[in-house]
Each structure stands twice: as structure tokens, then as C-alpha cells.
Design a protein around this ligand. Structure first.
Ligand code: ADP
Ligand code: MG
Length: 245
């Protein structure tokens, strides 16, 4: 099976004085159909991992493969189209277009696709239904609750059937009840086949995911692996990388 995502020995160093190494020699494979929670304290490199997995940033060293494609071979210009085809993003801040209605916000994710306006609208309407917002399709973001805004963002992420959806603290701006509903929606999408990597600093959120990956100071410290794969506890301690020994 071709992995949805492979990070191979990824190091990310941000320039500055002093420079910051946010990820160190990180290797991670996510297979199609997985739901992976990435946990770790603030500053441990979670968002950097998402930016690099999402090809929004390039690693300093190492490789990122998505659906078998080595993204080092893609120019910055061709990456935009590649991302539109393979990746969906959900952020803590919903990043909706304020003057466009729900359907237009969702359809926006299909702009790079060779589709007619009509078929984009039809796909957006179906995604809108999937997240339970069919009755809000002509509302503007300002007329929606936070949880509804995040549902729109999730519909926008999934409408193009991407290889992988990456979510960075998707419940970070929501109360716990609404956050729980958003997580239930993400689990439901995963059960229907969507591959998801969800970043959270909340361990109770992560406990629900099939697989947990823990970062500390940019190093992969723990990876529970896929639940159905392991026997026993299923927890693999990850040896410290060379740089930390
Ligand atoms: P987390 O999401 O786990 O809180 P981040 O990936 O945001 O962690 O940050 C990891 C480290 O990298 C932190 O020390 C942070 O200050 C640093 N960092 C993140 N982004 C940048 C950037 N654009 N420039 C410089 N340093 C950064
Ligand atoms: Mg972060």
C-alpha cells in the first residue's frame, strides 16, 4: 500500500539568532485510512510538522512524500496545484471568506480542478450535507456559530476527496461540547475512509484517535502505531534520535 504521507528524516531549522530547530530527523509514515493524533506540549513542533506535511513549508533536510510523490521534485509553482489535489487543511482559525456563502466557501477548494461551475457547486452541496450544514448553505460565515464555521472548513477540506486531511488544533477555538461534536465528525469521516492527521495539545482528544504520535522538542517520542496492527499494548517507544544522545 502506498503511504498517504511519509516524512523521511525531516529536520526543520528556522533562521534567526539563535536559530530554532523545530523538528529533528523525524520519520513518520501514515497509511491510507489512518486517523493519527499528534500530541505534545506547546513549542514541541506540532504545527511545523503540519506545515511540512502539508507542503506549506519545505524541510531543511529530509524528504516528504505524499501519495508516493516526492515533493522535492515539485516546484513552488506546481505545489499549489498538488496541494489542491492531495491535501485538505483545517485550522484553529477557520479562515473562511467572510463575504462568500457557505457553498461558495466550500466550492473554493475546487478552483484548481478542471470542473464546471455547476459541478463544483454540486460537489460543495454534497460536502455541506456531509457535515450537517445543508440548512445553512446560503449563510455567510458571520451568521454561523464557531462550530458551524469549523464544519464549513471541514467540508472545504474534504470536498476534493484529498489523499490526506491535516487539522491543527481544530477544536482550539471551540467550547468543549462543540469541540466534541467536531471530533465526532472527524472520526465519522475517518470511518468512511478519510485519512486524517489531527494535531492537538489535548490528551483527552488524542485518546479517541486510533493512533497517537507524541513530539517533544521536535523529536518523535512515542508512536502507538495502528491499533489493529499491534498485539499487546501496541505502544512502541521510539528511541531518541542521534542528535539527542
Ligand atoms: P507547536 O505547534 O507544537 O506549539 P511549533 O511547530 O509552532 O510548535 O514551534 C516549534 C518551535 O519552532 C518553537 O520553538 C517555535 O518558536 C519555533 N517556530 C515555529 N515557527 C517558526 C518560524 N516561522 N520562525 C521561527 N521559529 C519558529
Ligand atoms: Mg501549534
Amino acid at each position: 500500500m502506498t503511504p498517504a504521507l511519509e516524512l523521511l528524516d525531516v529536520t526543520k531549522t528556522y533562521a534567526g539568532n539563535p536559530e530554532t530547530t523545530a523538528l529533528r530527523e523525524l520519520t513518520l509514515r501514515v497509511d491510507p485510512g489512518e486517523l493519527v493524533a499528534v500530541v505534545g506540549p506547546s513549542g514541541s513542533g506540532k504545527s511545523t510538522l503540519l506545515q511540512i506535511a502539508g507542503t506549506l513549508e519545505r524541510p531543511t533536510t529530509g524528504a516528504v512524500h505524499i501519495a508516493g510523490a516526492d515533493t522535492r521534485r515539485l516546484s513552488d509553482a506546481s505545489l499549489a496545484g498538488f496541494r489542491a489535489q492531495h491535501l485538505g487543511f483545517v485550522f484553529q482559525q477557520f479562515f473562511l471568506l467572510p463575504h462568500r456563502d457557505v457553498l461558495a466557501n466550500i466550492a473554493h477548494a475546487l478552483l484548481y480542478r478542471p470542473m464546471t461551475v455547476r459541478s463544483r457547486r454540486a460537489a460543495a452541496a454534497a460536502a455541506c450535507e456531509r457535515v450537517g450544514l445543508g440548512h445553512r448553505r446560503h449563510h455567510l460565515p458571520g451568521q454561523l456559530s464557531g462550530g458551524e464555521c469549523q464544519r464549513v472548513a471541514i467540508a472545504r477540506a474534504l470536498v476534493g476527496s484529498p489523499t490526506l486531511i491535516l487539522a491543527d488544533e481544530p477544536t482550539g477555538n471551540l467550547d468543549s461540547v462543540t469541540g466534541g461534536q467536531i471530533l465526532a465528525l472527524l472520526r465519522e469521516l475517518n470511518s468512511a475512509g478519510t485519512t486524517l492527521v489531527v494535531i492537538t495539545h489535548d490528551h483527552s482528544v488524542a485518546a479517541d484517535a486510533g493512533r497517537q504520535v507524541e513530539l517533544r522538542d521536535g523529536v518523535l517520542r512515542r508512536d502507538t502505531g495502528r491499533p489493529e496492527r499491534g498485539s499487546g499494548s501496541g505502544v512502541n517507544r521510539v528511541a531518541p534520535s542521534r542528535s539527542t544522545r
